[in-house]
Design a binder for this molecule. Structure first.
Ligand SMILES: C[S@@+](CC[C@H](N)C(=O)[O-])C[C@H]1O[C@@H](n2cnc3c(N)ncnc32)[C@H](O)[C@@H]1O
Length: 224
């Protein structure tokens, strides 16, 4: 697996440039990148990891909710900012073996004291957390493997966010297929629906960033 954008989203020379200009990563991130490449773990990769940290810094995020932990790669990029701001990353994963690897990754990266792994199904856990902590999160990052959940996670995620907080979702250009009218696979349709609903939601001000597989970022403007 490579972290390059799928063909058609950005040109190969631009992709090469975006990856070459990145600062070196620590051993924990380097090892998780290698592990992802060897074992097909779908992590965000370094350019998007960098972007996630920037998003978290831009809203001075203390409390971050991540949906889809995998091995903890994107979580490290987010948790470092939360920890710096004396806050915490809450990250949801339903695969116990991945949650176990993530737990070790967070320890190795020195952020375990700023991370809570919620072992459960995002379908139930995001609404539960939104009810328990309405407006309690500064950033919600949706990267759950089951793309059919994306659209239904908008409502609880927006409830969980404070005004001024950011809703960030990965894979929203889906290999560029969302832009191909004849592409009608279930995941393409799910991601089109997510983008459509976010753009139609008056509480949100969104933009789709054509980084890697597409990242939709939206700021929460108001509660209603
Ligand atoms: C794309 S990976 C997350 C990658 C991670 N954000 C990163 O970049 O390092 C998606 C993860 O979502 C998990 N997942 C899929 N469906 C889920 C669900 N309904 N609830 C919780 N986790 C789920 C999968 O087990 C997988 O580890």
């Amino acid at each position: 697996m490579s972290f390059d954008s799928p063909p058609g989203i950005v040109t190969p020379p631009v992709e090469k440039y975006l990856n070459a200009i990145l600062r070196p990563r620590n051993n924990v991130l380097n090892n998780l990148e290698k592990d992802a490449a060897n074992n097909g773990v779908p992590i965000v990769g370094p350019a998007e990891g960098n972007f996630l940290s920037l998003m978290a810094m831009s809203c001075q995020a203390k409390n971050i909710l991540e949906v889809g932990t995998a091995t903890g790669y994107s979580g490290i990029w987010l948790a470092r900012v939360a920890k710096e701001n004396s806050g915490k990353l809450t990250t949801i994963e339903f695969d116990p073996s991945r949650a176990k690897i993530a737990s070790k990754s967070f320890r190795d990266a020195g952020v375990a004291d700023a991370v809570e792994i919620v072992r459960g199904d995002a379908k139930e856990e995001v609404p539960r957390l939104a009810k328990k902590y309405p407006g309690g999160f500064d950033l919600v990052f949706i990267d759950v493997g089951d793309k059919s959940l994306y659209a239904e996670l908008i409502e609880p995620s927006v409830r969980a966010l404070r005004v001024g907080g950011l809703l960030v979702a990965d894979n929203t250009l889906w290999l560029g297929l969302v832009a191909v009218p004849s592409a009608n696979g279930i995941e393409t349709r799910n991601l089109r629906e997510y983008n459509k609903r976010v753009y139609a939601d008056e509480r949100l001000y969104p933009v789709i960033v054509p980084l890697r597989d597409g990242v939709t970022v939206a700021i929460k403007l108001k509660n209603k």
